[in-house]
Design a protein around this ligand. Structure first.
Ligand code: ADP
Ligand code: MG
Length: 696
């Protein structure tokens, strides 16, 4: 245990290190910046930079980098050494406040969705002091936001930080009615990360995994996850060693990796950290994915963070646990006394309103080519957003709406005066795994995000929508206080919950009836990314982002373009890989088997005249037919893919990928997968699901 305590945070320039290393005044003003989001002045930055550099060099660092998240969603870094030659053949190590606070990476190769013409390559990175600097592989990494020369956000972090500020501002207005304002309100996130681990020797033989992160072919394994033996099962030694290394690495980086276990699907696992403020939680999640990928290679393994690496068994998600708090007060915690409960109900109501009003944006935020294979399949929430409140809270909300008396489990009666609002159970035992947005006692769990996604987008939207609901509440309350406020607030809660009760659903989200019911309720159901993306540029969305200064119209449009482009590019790659694998790998192998079968038939017949080779001939026919059908499917896919590639309008192109190319890919896959089950094993050119998922 001492070991863990020793390494935990050892590579992080955290508050403890700041306190130890910085002059008192500098420390105070930096902490103010960190805790309250106050701007940092350059003199303070100079002192901090010097201390940071000394600290980093002692820990073996030679370079520094502004670590940022361009619109690709992954992280970027360009390493600069601290080295500064002094002209006499020697050098000193320097790092200035300016270098800490601002960087100027050549930005022309990052996607910007037309925001920045490539000739205007300048982009700026600025330090986000609310996420600590850390050392990774001898490089001091400074978490930064990335903007264009004209100040437009070119990254995922900037709008997230803006949305956190918006929530803070509006939440404080609301808290004023409860006499609790004056503290910075932050949103918190705990991201549970699912992933697959497979053996490297299988991986290198699969072009599809290498190029696209998922298998484009592969018949279901002889056994899947039906025995439910993998979930929480004993962890194999290789995997255990991998997990230990990841834990050690993450702990050194101050990431509180807490829980690890086997998941439902074979070869699937999960890692969950302790929650922290949203921006840091997302930085930590990106670091976690990076470490998992790198460390896997030390154990002859490959870590797959794709949402759906294998057809027919569960894909991987990334549950986004979300709440709001100030200091140690969690604003989504029901609390013990009536006034706390009223505050809780206000925040809860605002969440319900935010999620209903902006359900399409939330759905959009998790849309990706990979996640399309997950949402709506019987393993992940459907593409329809709804909120699960659980029996007890659900009943409270029902009684608020209907005006009827509420009877809790302990039969405590409630009329609708605040003084007798019930103290309800905090621990929600009835957890509904099928809900995309579930209340889990003192936080909400958004279960739609896919394992590969950067969570900034969905949190940015959640926060901004929440800011909007909080603002509407505060605006509606106006200048009231005391008992008058309580009355007005309860009336507001009743009305708002009534207006938005369609989003609340406590039943089975996987059922077909729910899909029909959701349609009757008027809830959106965008099944593909191509369907889900356009809502981002609706006037309603643009108005929301502009009202809270989170994104301006140009920034919104650029993001839409980048997302579309990414979807189209990914599908283009998938189609190309499929065509190539079919033509160069599968069809030739099938043909070889066919030829050998045929020559076996002739050989036997010539050796034994009148030999009954009917079974052989039947098999040969099956293979020949399959081969012909597969070849026909390749031709069809090529045709549709070419036609789609020629479409200029990116949205139309995305639509064509979704409704023409993907079905053609599925048709080809089916032919090859069927053949996989009959072609002799020795002829099959790549490792199968049986090989990949059940390695030793
Ligand atoms: P599970 O969904 O697997 O039952 P847990 O209850 O253990 O999960 O918590 C899941 C995640 O939720 C953890 O990462 C945890 O840190 C996080 N979490 C707990 N409280 C909060 C909160 N107030 N805000 C955000 N995340 C939270
Ligand atoms: Mg969970």
């Amino acid at each position: 245990m001492a070991h863990v305590q020793e390494i935990y945070g050892s590579m992080v320039f955290n508050e403890h290190v700041m306190k130890e290393r910085l002059p008192k005044e500098t420390y105070k003003s930096l902490v103010k910046t960190v805790r309250e989001g106050k701007p940092l002045d350059i003199e303070v930055a100079n002192v901090v930079a010097h201390a940071m550099k000394e600290w980093a060099i002692e820990r073996g660092a030679t370079h520094y980098t502004h670590w940022f998240q361009p619109l690709t969603g992954i992280t970027s870094e360009k390493h600069d050494s601290f080295l500064d030659p002094v002209g006499d053949g020697t050098a000193i190590m320097t790092f200035s406040g300016k270098e800490l606070v601002q960087g100027e990476p050549d930005a022309s190769s990052f996607p910007s969705g037309g925001l920045r013409a490539t000739f205007e390559a300048r982009g700026y990175t600025t330090w986000d002091p609310t996420s600590f600097a850390f050392i990774k592989d001898e490089v001091l990494c400074i978490p930064t936001a990335f903007c264009s020369y004209t100040g437009e956000a070119l990254d995922k972090k900037t709008p997230l930080l803006r949305s956190m500020n918006a929530v803070d501002k509006e939440a404080q207005r609301v808290l004023k009615y409860f006499g609790e304002d004056g503290h910075r309100v932050t949103t918190t996130v705990g991201a549970e990360q699912e992933y697959f681990l497979i053996s490297e020797k299988d991986y290198v033989q699969r072009q599809d995994l290498i190029m696209t992160g998922r298998t484009l072919f592969g018949a279901p394994p002889s056994k899947g996850q039906e025995l439910e033996e993998h979930y929480f099962g004993a962890i194999r030694p290789t995997v255990n060693n991998f997990m230990k290394e990841v834990d050690d690495d993450l702990w050194a980086l101050g990431v509180s990796a807490k829980t690890k276990h086997n998941e439902v699907a074979p070869a699937q696992h999960e890692l969950a950290p302790l929650f922290t403020n949203s921006n840091r939680a997302i930085d930590e999640n990106l670091l976690t994915m990076e470490k998992m990928r790198l460390d896997a290679s030390h154990h002859g393994l490959v870590c797959l963070t794709h949402e759906k690496p294998f057809e027919g068994i569960n894909g991987s998600g990334k549950h986004n646990n979300w709440s709001l708090s100030y200091g140690k007060v969690n604003l989504l915690d029901p609390g013990d006394d009536p006034m706390d409960n009223l505050r809780f109900l206000v925040f809860l109501t605002c969440v319900v309103e935010a999620v209903d009003e902006y359900q399409e944006l939330l759905r959009m935020s998790v849309a990706s080519a990979g996640n399309d294979h997950r949402l709506g399949a019987n393993e992940a929430p459907p593409a329809i957003i709804s909120i699960f409140l659980g029996d007890e809270l659900g009943a409270i909300v029902d009684s608020l709406i209907s005006g009827k008396e509420y009877h809790s489990a302990e039969a405590v009666a409630m009329d609708l005066g605040v003084a007798v609002l019930p103290k309800f159970l905090k621990d929600n035992t009835d957890r509904n795994r099928t809900s995309p947005f579930a209340f889990t006692g003192n936080k909400f769990e958004f279960r739609m995000p896919g394992s590969g996604v950067n969570l900034s987008d969905c949190n940015m939207i959640l926060n901004t929508a929440m800011a909007k609901s909080l603002k509407d509440f505060a605006d509606a309350m106006g200048d009231v206080s005391g008992a008058e406020f309580e009355k007005k607030a309860i009336k507001y809660i009743k009305q708002t919950l009534t207006d938005h009760q369609r989003i609340i659903f406590n039943g089975n989200g996987y059922s077909e009836e729910w899909e029909k019911e959701a349609q009757r309720r008027g809830l959106a159901n965008h099944r593909t990314t191509a369907d889900a993306l356009p809502c981002l540029i609706s006037q309603k969305s643009i108005d929301l982002f502009e009202e809270f200064g989170v994104l301006n119209e140009a920034e919104v449009r650029s993001r839409y373009e980048v997302k579309l482009e990414k979807y189209n590019k990914l599908l283009n790659i998938e189609a190309r890989v499929m065509i190539r694998m079919a033509r160069r790998t599968y069809l030739p192998a099938i043909s070889d088997y066919m030829a050998d079968l045929a020559s076996n038939i002739t050989t036997v017949k010539s050796a034994l005249s009148g030999a009954d080779m009917t079974e052989h001939e039947k098999l040969l026919n099956i293979i020949l037919n399959g081969f012909n059908c597969a070849a026909e499917c390749v031709r069809e896919l090529v045709k549709l893919h070419d036609a789609t590639e020629a479409i200029e309008d990116p949205q139309e192109q995305a639509n064509a990928y979704a409704c023409k190319v993907i079905p053609a890919m599925e048709a080809l896959r089916k032919e090859i997968d069927d053949l996989e089950c009959v072609v002799e094993r020795g002829y099959w050119p790549v490792p199968t699901y049986n090989d990949i998922l059940f390695y030793a």
